[in-house]
Design a protein around this ligand. Structure first.
Ligand code: ADP
Length: 497
């Protein structure tokens, strides 16, 4: 464990030891209550920093600042290209501080440093750059109308206003970028609450926003808990829109709270994404692709491919291949050399996942590999593959959010039947199809009820690819042009000539 300490850079050690504030109206303030809470390293269980515990009063201050910045500040008077330029500055600063951000993310969230370096941080920068490009391309339409008489009719796209954004702990910096970048590109102002488990990269990001020249009050960051600070965002009467990523349970709570002032709501919720392997699939690509699709980030990914349906002709080879891949994954602290899979976020999450594995076993599933905690400090669970699973089992129906793959076999080639099994879920976030038959691939793409489907890949988090849910996986699409449109209102204008 001292080995992880020695690997921390001086910048990170200094940042962790600092007295952290809430970022409100361009200032760093203690919580009104004066309370603070601990942030833990999930790879050791140790406290790494203390941050202010914001609640309803702090949210209110942040909303007032965001409202002022929206109505009266320089923000609303900036040209789109000036706004875009600030987003490009932010992208540059994220890149310049990439190593520090990556290390902080590892310490707070647990993911391997290689992942944070290769994915979370560069993809965050990319998102700011992508949305910075949109800032100058937000347009309405000219309409050809049928009302008798002569008219000029068109639409404007205007910023939705003050937005509240509540984010989870599994990819804190990256998901921050999916929310903050489009909101700023559209001209909104933001009150952001990171998850209580992972407040640190958001706080560092607040400093970078200052450095980038984002005017005060445009981005406000309140660290705190869901039931207090989060709930205050969802219920606040002066927030125009709330965007939430997290569990479906909390999504429902947000919707109810948002009903008070009928704020706009977008939600990215749970998933139980199907992975379908047809008998002609290229298994040399499918096996590692499917293993990554479930074991990446220890399975703590909403789009994780957690239900595998494999044709009987390839079933044994697929299961053997994935079991072998699972056995080769180096599980360890995110800062350890060669670590490929980190801990789960918390002891609670560890117990939840172990609980599901137990339920699966009790219901008759067999463990092909894994299924146990690692005998060391931190919240480590082995990559796990369950076979002999049946549709009604909780491990097949519910989102586990851990490194647990359920494998099912299908015997016939009827694509309708296969799609039916894939769609036998309350969720509809993602899915993938592995085959070399182009016609079968496209037929399945059309039949699977989910917001993002990969063919011969389980997907990507590219800034241009909208992601979001059918069914109980959410409302709206983040990223891409659709993700930008979540932050605009359409106004139609008709001029009698
Ligand atoms: P998980 O169960 O994976 O931790 P949650 O959905 O509970 O996911 O958390 C995602 C985010 O939602 C976190 O920032 C959390 O603080 C916040 N949150 C939790 N409960 C509430 C709530 N009642 N109202 C608003 N936000 C909440």
């Amino acid at each position: 464990t001292t080995s992880t300490e020695t690997k921390m850079s001086e910048k990170v050690t200094t940042f962790l030891a600092r007295k952290h504030g809430l970022f409100i109206d361009g200032d760093w303030l203690p919580a009104v209550s004066g309370k603070v809470f601990d942030s833990f390293d999930p790879g050791t269980g140790r406290v790494i920093a203390q941050v202010p515990e914001g609640d309803a009063e702090d949210i209110d201050l942040a909303v007032k600042a965001a409202r002022r910045a929206f109505e009266d500040g320089p923000w609303g008077r900036m040209t789109p290209s000036e706004r875009g330029r600030l987003l490009f500055n932010l992208a540059d600063l994220v890149e310049e501080n990439a190593e520090e951000l990556a290390e902080l993310e590892v310490l707070d969230n647990g993911k391997p440093l290689s992942n944070a370096r290769a994915a979370d941080v560069p993809l965050c920068a990319d998102m700011f750059r992508y949305m910075g490009g949109w800032a100058t391309k937000i347009t309405g339409e000219t309409l050809s109308i049928s009302t008798p008489g002569e008219y000029h009719a068109f639409t404007l796209r205007e910023p939705v206003g003050v937005v509240g954004q509540i984010i989870p702990w599994n990819a804190p910096l990256l998901i921050l970028s999916w929310k903050v970048a489009p909101a700023l590109a559209a001209g909104c102002t933001v009150v952001l609450k990171p998850a209580e488990q992972t407040p640190l990269t958001a706080l560092r990001f607040g400093e970078l926003a200052q450095e980038a020249g984002i005017p005060k009050g445009v981005i406000n960051i309140i660290t705190g808990f869901g039931e207090t600070a989060g709930a205050a965002i969802a219920a606040h009467p002066d927030i125009d829109k709330v965007s939430f990523t997290g569990s479906s349970e909390v999504g429902r709570i947000i919707v109810k709270a948002a009903a008070g002032n009928l704020k706009r709501v977008s939600l990215e919720l749970g998933g139980k994404s199907p992975v379908i392997v047809l008998p002609d699939a290229d298994l040399s690509a499918a096996i590692p692709g499917i293993a990554r699709g479930i074991f990446h980030n220890s399975g703590q990914v909403c789009t994780a491919g957690s239900r595998l349906y494999a044709h009987r002709n390839v079933f044994d080879e697929i299961v053997d291949g994935i079991v072998q891949q699972a056995g080769q994954i180096t599980v360890g602290h995110g800062l350890e050399d060669g670590s490929q899979m980190g801990p789960l976020i918390s002891p609670v999450q560890c117990e939840r996942v172990m609980g599901y594995i137990g339920q699966g076993r009790d219901a008759g599933a067999s463990i092909a590999t894994g299924g146990a905690r690692l005998d060391r400090d931190g919240n480590f669970i082995e990559p796990t593959v369950l076979v002999d699973t049946r549709p009604e089992m909780s491990v097949v129906q519910e989102e586990i959010f851990g490194p647990v793959l359920c494998v099912m076999r299908f015997d016939d080639d009827d694509l309708e039947q296969i799609a039916k099994q894939a769609n036998d879920t309350i969720f509809g976030l993602a899915g993938s199809v592995w085959t070399q038959n182009i016609s079968a691939a496209h037929k399945l793409v059309r039949r699977i009820r989910a917001g993002r489907i990969g063919v011969n890949t389980h997907g990507s988090v590219d800034a241009t690819l909208p992601t979001g849910g059918f069914k109980q996986s959410g409302w709206g699409r983040e990223k891409g042009h659709d993700g930008l449109n979540l932050y605009t209102e359409v106004k139609s204008v008709i001029v009698s000539l």
